[in-house]
Design a protein around this ligand. Structure first.
Ligand code: ATP
Length: 271
């Protein structure tokens, strides 16, 4: 993770800290709304771009990037907004929301309406990899977002996203494999997977899933001169995932601390 600048490290440490305890802020506040397959995340930055508060909830309101429960999604965004407002003792007004790359206008609209319906003025709609790169500031390489339901790939050239793809494989599949192997429920498998105490067993169980993700990455970056891959998304919290992918695709693979927060913070920064 040492290739990431001090700015990136500080942003991601602040993000983790402010979800637990809201931080002091200066000027206007901007909220990033990330409607994911596994988590709905709200992250708030101040006028200097510092993450100052955040909240998230495990929810099944989005499937493969598409909002499948509009009312439920709006209720959760409202709930998380109210929770942060209470802790910051101020109102959150302005927001940006994100959508997966390669989706149609209707998907972008549904993410917009959920955010607006929850009481925000929506200043911007941004695609997820572009949002992630607001934090990482990669000028050349591939940003790979391994989330709950999907893996998003974005090739970046001279700081611009030039190619995007989204494939339906992610951490949810990892949990299903663990549930099957250990004969436990999906919810138990989610907990088992995230417990650092189980990391050796988890990585052994999900190695084939990681290799599948690596294969997806390889397929999409073929044809571009990509010389490094940068990992974001909750599934990249798995210890050692970067080494397995690196070996499979034969390229350097870097992951920042707290990869879970990269996209939500980037969405807020896009305001
Ligand atoms: P998508 O991007 O596919 O719509 P999402 O936005 O909900 O989904 P993220 O919030 O980036 O995706 O990541 C959620 C996934 O990350 C879940 O599968 C979750 O189990 C996994 N995850 C979160 N924390 C950890 C952890 N510490 N170790 C392993 N996996 C984790």
């Amino acid at each position: 993770s040492s290739i990431f600048s001090d700015r990136v490290k500080k942003i991601l440490l602040d993000a983790e800290k402010c979800v637990k305890v809201p931080q002091s802020y200066s000027g206007e506040l901007f909220t990033g709304v990330d409607l994911g397959t596994a988590y709905v995340v709200l992250m708030v930055v101040d006028s200097t771009g510092k993450p100052v508060a955040g909240a998230y909830k495990f929810a099944q309101v989005v499937k493969d990037g598409v909002v499948v429960d509009f009312t439920g999604a709006m209720r959760i965004v409202k709930e998380l907004k109210a929770n942060i407002e209470e802790r910051l003792n101020t109102e959150l007004l302005k927001a940006a929301a994100a959508y997966p790359p390669e989706t149609g206008k209707s998907v972008v609209k549904s993410h917009f309406y959920v955010t607006e319906g929850a009481g925000f003025e929506v200043l911007n709609m941004v695609d997820e990899p572009t949002a992630a790169n607001y934090v990482l500031n990669i000028s050349d390489g591939a940003v790979v977002d391994i989330g709950g339901g999907t893996t998003g790939i974005a090739v970046v050239k001279n700081g611009e996203v030039v190619y995007t793809a989204d494939e339906p494989t992610g951490g949810t599949h990892f949990s299903l494999v663990i549930a099957g192997a250990k004969k436990i429920s999906f919810e138990e498998a989610e907990e088992f997977k995230k417990d650092p105490f189980n990391k050796k067993e988890v990585i052994a169980l999900v190695k084939p899933c990681i290799q599948k993700v690596a294969e997806i990455i390889r397929r999409h970056i073929r044809g571009f001169k990509v010389d490094a891959v940068y990992l974001v998304g909750g599934t990249c919290c798995l210890d050692g995932i970067e080494d397995i992918i690196s070996k499979e695709i034969d390229l350097p693979v870097y992951k920042p601390i707290n990869p879970f927060y990269v996209t939500p913070v980037g969405i807020a920064l896009s305001c």
